[in-house]
Design a protein around this ligand. Structure first.
Ligand code: NAP
Length: 309
């Protein structure tokens, strides 16, 4: 598995991350198999959030399963996120909530520290000075090593950066062949005839590249927000044909090609897979060794329904 160094952050991290959002429904044995299969396939980075599953069920299941997996804590990076409080119907980046959320995650995960903590989605009432105080406390206490954000536009990150001392090293955002807004706008800029030209994220991709913020692509295989996968989906015949041709040429699965499309981008992103099926995990991890050409990348982009203006 190809590894990258996150600027100002963890080194030698796998380009594919195992997402744990879908872990709550598994038995602890099945969860252990997911953790182990991911690790054996080269993954050393696991993504969590306080809101994955009721009462942090994903983090709890991970902790129950971890000893059975045989993987060592010091050999992996564990990331969690805070700020989405679905139980209270609000988003909360107050100092109290950030601090208590990290304590809860550490206790559910049964670990001493998080390698990275991300603020999940913006709390519309956030006060950056409070965030800064919380981050200082978490860093000084050794509970969190590195900090980042998720689903934030550049100006929100700039506002945080004015107060927060620690580098913000990650922005976790949605990106897939089907949900490629992060990339589209640059191509169609100023074009009144298509919705692809709408700037939905304040030029997040270029901003992150300029600011040494690593993008982590979530839901790399999903249609819309959790609409099921486009892989083998009859509603996406052209895309599946293009994926199948490259999959045959590269002797990997269509899933691996769809992920390789994200990894081919020069922004050096990580892709977060969510499958809980060990065979799908092994398939997905082969993406890291696929070398798509410039032309392959465009062929997939066009097969996903885009056109060249
Ligand atoms: N920051 C955020 O706001 C945010 C939002 C959403 C997610 N995330 C993170 O991103 C991770 C991934 O999200 P996701 O689960 O939506 O990602 P995904 O990898 O795009 O989707 C995984 C789903 O696709 C299914 N799938 C069907 N066929 C598949 C195939 N051939 N290969 C692989 N998967 C296949 C999987 O089912 P099987 O299990 O049966 O394979 C699973 O239900 C999450 O675990 C979480 O860590 C972050």
């Amino acid at each position: 598995m190809k590894k990258i160094n996150i600027v100002n952050g963890p080194q030698n991290v796998s380009v594919i991350i195992q997402g744990c959002m879908r872990m709550p429904g598994l038995t602890k044995e099945a969860a252990a198999e997911v953790i182990r299969t991911a690790y054996d396939s080269g993954i050393n980075f696991y993504d969590h959030a306080s809101c994955y599953g009721e009462d942090g069920a994903a983090e709890k299941k991970f902790a129950e399963a971890f000893p059975l997996s045989g993987v060592k804590r010091e050999d992996i990076y564990i990331q969690s996120k805070c700020g989405l409080c679905f139980d209270r119907n609000e988003f909360d980046w107050t100092k109290e909530n950030i601090l208590s959320s990290v304590d809860d995650s550490l206790s559910r995960l049964k670990v001493e520290y998080l390698d990275t903590l991300l603020l999940h989605r913006p709390d519309l009432l956030y006060d950056p000075e409070e965030v800064a105080e919380a981050f200082d406390r978490l860093e000084k206490s050794g509970k969190v090593r590195f900090f980042g954000v998720s689903n934030l536009v550049p100006m929100q990150i700039e506002l945080l950066k004015k107060y927060v001392k620690q580098p913000l090293i990650i922005n976790q955002v949605q990106l897939s062949l089907e949900q490629s807004q992060l990339i589209d706008q640059a191509l169609y800029m100023n074009n009144k005839t298509t919705e692809f030209s709408i700037n939905r994220d304040g030029n997040c991709l270029d901003y992150c590249r300029l600011s040494d913020i690593t993008i982590q692509a979530w839901s790399p295989l999903q249609i819309g927000m959790f609409g099921g996968t486009f892989i083998d989906n009859p509603d996406f015949p052209e895309l599946n044909k293009a994926l199948a041709e490259l999959a045959e040429r590269e002797k990997v699965s269509k899933t691996a090609i769809a992920l390789a499309w994200i990894l081919r981008h020069p922004a050096k992103m990580q892709a977060i897979i969510g499958t809980m099926n060990p065979e799908h995990i092994k398939d997905a991890c082969m993406a890291a060794d696929v070398k798509l050409s410039h032309h392959d990348w465009y062929a997939l982009y066009l097969a996903a329904g885009k056109y060249l203006p």
